[in-house]
Write a protein that binds this ligand. Sequence first.
Ligand code: ADP
Ligand code: ASP
Ligand code: MG
Length: 410
Amino acid sequence: MALFVQKFGGSSVADAECMQRVAQRVYDTRAEGHEVVVVLSAMGKTTDNLIQLARQVNAQPDEREMDMLLSTGEQVSVSILAMALHAMGAEAVSLTGPQAGISTDTAHTKAKITDIQPQRIREQLDRGRIVIVCGFQGLTPTHDIATLGRGGSDTTAVALAAALQADRCQIFTDVDGVYTADPRQVPQASKLDCIAYDEMLELASLGAKVLQSRSVEFAKKYHVELEVLTSFDRRPGTIVKDEVTEMEHIIVRGVAADKNQAKVTIQHVPDRPGVAARLFKELAAANVNVDMIVQNVSEKGQTDISFTVPLDEVNRTRTAVDGLIEEIGAAGAFYDVDIAKISIVGVGMRSHSGVAFRMFDALSAHKINVEMISTSEIKISVVIRSAYADQAVQVLHAAFELDKVNEPVS
Ligand code: ADP
Ligand code: ASP
Ligand code: MG
């Protein structure tokens, strides 16, 4: 008997028919003699609709109240699935995140899981029940409900798998695995049999929303082997696991695009020690996630500093930066929301040279201008005009022959 954590995303539980399909899948796993903990997302577009509803009554809703609202979506799903399983004669019980023993910090709408006390889940499993837990939520130290950021049910599933020492964590979604690029955007994308944690982490944090990046961090830290697969049929999916040497044979595993980024440029910043520190201290205090940072060559003792931030943090950035312009003696700040970040990722980059050249050459052949560059050992990201994002992904996918990754090496 093994312990399975099975997570089903929004599109897998979109309506009653989907719920019944999920119930059958869970039922079958239990019938094979395994223990099952199920983690569910809200049905279909429920979370989006709830956000819309909130914005109709308040342009900037309070984050604690937002969490009260958004956490209801998952509660609908878990109770409905429990009822569907009962109708099939299975024993099942639904639990909210707090009931399941999931604690978070107080960062409403993007809280982090701080602890899991899984005794209640264990007790229910011991009674032979299927346990169905609300994804995306937990309880703060002040006993408020908090949500884990968009896509957070993935993280609930992996964190539960780690806490329960599950044998397998399966993430069921609407595609049959992790692809070399978003298969909805690049029809030629290839499905990967396996991918290293580090590669998946980069892809997820650089725009591939198939897994929430924090779920991959958890999986890597606690050695939870993940399988990403479809809930619509019974094909095997993609395994996310520790890196093995053979993985380095492929230079680029995937391409990702992030269109939810903005570029901030601070003009004519005095070029003297302490100015950058002052600026980024203020941004850190405002809880802004700064990414690519570029400082131009100094001219007449002045320089321009550019950096990227997530689109939904532009207002916070503006408040922090605008209050500093005079103090640091800069000329002004410019906010550009028409950008996209395009990245190539692969552990094979460590042992192959010329990857950056191939990337820039392919983009330039299509007259796509690169505005910013950042690299790590296993990724290269560029900022370009957002209008070219889709084309750039296609171009890079072709340049690195990612449509052929499943062909046997000759
Ligand atoms: P769920 O509701 O099941 O959590 P998501 O919509 O969050 O599903 O994630 C699945 C989607 O991720 C797919 O429909 C696909 O469009 C998108 N996606 C982006 N990049 C990739 C990739 N590299 N491989 C597979 N899917 C991807
Ligand atoms: N329902 C939440 C969302 O749509 C969490 C999740 O689906 O993972 O982001
Ligand atoms: Mg998701």
